[in-house]
Write a protein that binds this ligand. Structure first.
Ligand SMILES: [Zn+2]
Length: 304
């Protein structure tokens, strides 16, 4: 069933370029309910997975594990048998729980994490990777990897971590800036106001006019400050959140802020799995479900 659905994406072409080379970079926001899982497929065939979803309450019942239920089927459907890099942006359950299935069932080249020890689940995930002989490295701002024609730069956590806030784990999420020719993608984990502020200071030029933004912290109003939205000015924003989740994500104010900036906002709770593709010049968004682009529907305080 899933295989069939995977190829029934609804495609919205945003810009086109005739006569361009069509080596494509694809960013897939896998629908894991209330959590994050982003697959990056590079033009040279490499694949990275950033987070793997999980139940925010930490329930590890096998039946609801998004690693088994959502992430592994997507990898299988796309014919991906191994991952070159796995990134765990931060140790919260809704990002790492599904990674246990990945660690057990998929060969992984190396693992990057933010160096903040978290729940027992997160420690089990790292231990499982280590048992398999996979290198697990804490990364911080300044590290970069060249993947064919694509550059992946780590913009956060800063070398001196942000401490003394409500959630240092969130604020010190691994943030990736991916650059492919004229296109840029910013993956922000669950960074909140302090981390966004640090990013605006440390990477002001790099994060201007982003092509695709994975919105921080599931569209919570603890992130996506007016200043951050104005400076990043994304063309497309993906929000990963669960249907009628208990946190009220995404925030109505946040969606209005993006839409006010002219950003096309897509949400996994409305549109299912989301996919952004580009050859570095043109780009297109595809959604698994028919999606009316009314991102305000069902947001905090708005009736479905
Ligand atoms: Zn989260």
């Amino acid at each position: 069933m899933f295989h069939r659905l995977l190829f029934c994406f609804i495609v919205v072409t945003l810009t086109t370029c005739t006569g361009c080379n069509h080596g494509e970079l694809t960013v897939t926001c896998i629908d894991v309910g209330q959590g994050d899982a982003v697959l990056i497929s590079f033009p040279n065939g490499k694949n990275w997975l950033v987070d793997a979803g999980g139940n925010p309450a930490g329930d590890t019942e096998a039946g609801i594990d998004p690693g088994h239920r959502n992430v592994l089927p997507v990898l299988r459907a796309k014919g991906i048998q191994s991952l070159d890099v796995v990134v765990m942006t931060h140790p919260d359950e809704d990002h790492v729980q599904g990674m246990l299935a990945v660690a057990r069932h998929v060969p992984v080249g190396r693992v990057y994490w933010n160096g903040f020890e978290g729940s027992r689940t997160e420690q089990r995930v790292r231990a499982t990777f280590a048992q398999k002989g996979t290198s697990v490295e804490a990364v911080s701002a300044g590290s970069r990897t060249i993947v064919g024609d694509v550059v992946v730069a780590v913009l956060s956590p800063p070398s001196s971590p942000i401490l003394g806030t409500r959630s240092p784990e969130n604020e010190n999420s691994v943030i990736l800036l991916i650059t492919y020719r004229g296109k840029t993608i910013l993956l922000t984990g669950d960074v909140e106001k302090a981390g966004e502020g640090e990013l605006l200071r440390s990477a002001q030029a790099e994060i201007k006019d982003i092509s695709l933004l994975k919105v921080a912290h599931h569209g919570s109003d603890s992130s996506s400050t007016p200043d951050f939205v104005r400076r990043t000015h994304p063309g497309v924003a993906f929000i990963s959140c669960g249907k009628r989740n208990r946190y009220g994500h995404p925030s109505l104010d946040v969606i209005r802020r993006f839409e006010g900036a002219g950003t096309h906002v897509y949400r996994t709770d409305q549109c299912g799995m989301l996919e952004w593709k580009s050859d570095g010049y043109s780009e297109a968004v595809a959604t698994m479900l028919p999606c009316n682009e009314n991102a305000l529907r069902g947001a905090q305080g708005v009736e479905d």
